[in-house]
Design a binder for this molecule. Structure first.
Ligand SMILES: [Ca+2]
Ligand SMILES: [Ca+2]
Ligand SMILES: [Ca+2]
Length: 183
């Protein structure tokens, strides 16, 4: 069972991923994010590094679709999405694996200078790839950078991911991982 706050956060997450705003997560949404990421990384279409990133991203989408798309119409609507997360969050091992793979993915995609931390600019890029405003990204970044040293470490990001998925404290900074819940 998802709490009302969890439901609110996961709905926000859904809206961020549903880039074309048609109420369904589908291949077109992922293709759009991928194109934004390719441009962001300054990689050409056939670059091997790009092919690998792209494949990892599409595999991830396929895995989510396989478990979440219960009516098998090729897309994941909000009801399917929330049911998928309710199952996943109830399973300790799956949940732990999801958090560590989320952190790994965010690092692979956004630690573009590969210094092992996510800086403010890198974080803005992450938001930009999903079509979110840079101004919002800056705001959220400051909340997530717990020790205020100007970058988000792996342990900070892991803590934020746990808060995002599981916290029922309305004031937890990790709630805003995908942007403010009001916005
Ligand atoms: Ca969509
Ligand atoms: Ca479906
Ligand atoms: Ca970095």
């Amino acid at each position: 069972m998802l709490s009302p706050l969890q439901k609110q956060k996961l709905t926000r997450y859904f809206r961020v991923y549903d880039i074309d705003d048609d109420g369904t997560l589908g291949r077109p949404d992922f293709d759009r994010v991928l194109e934004n990421l390719r441009v962001l990384h300054g990689l050409s279409d056939g670059a091997p590094r790009w092919t690998a990133l792209r494949q990892a991203y599409l595999d991830r989408w396929e895995a989510v679709r396989r478990s979440a798309d219960v009516d098998e119409d090729g897309g994941v609507d909000l009801t399917e999405w929330l049911a998928y997360w309710a199952d996943l969050l109830a399973d300790g091992a799956r949940y732990q694996a999801e958090v560590s793979s989320l952190v790994d993915r965010l690092y692979a995609l956004f630690d573009t200078d590969e210094d092992g931390v996510i800086g403010a600019d890198e974080f803005c890029d992450f938001y930009g790839a999903f079509g979110l405003r840079a101004e919002l990204a800056r705001e959220v970044f400051h909340g997530l950078d717990r020790d205020g040293n100007g970058s988000i470490s792996r342990s900070e990001l892991t803590e934020m991911a746990h808060q995002f998925y599981r916290s029922d404290d309305p004031g937890a900074p990790g709630n805003q991982l995908y942007g403010s819940l009001e916005g």
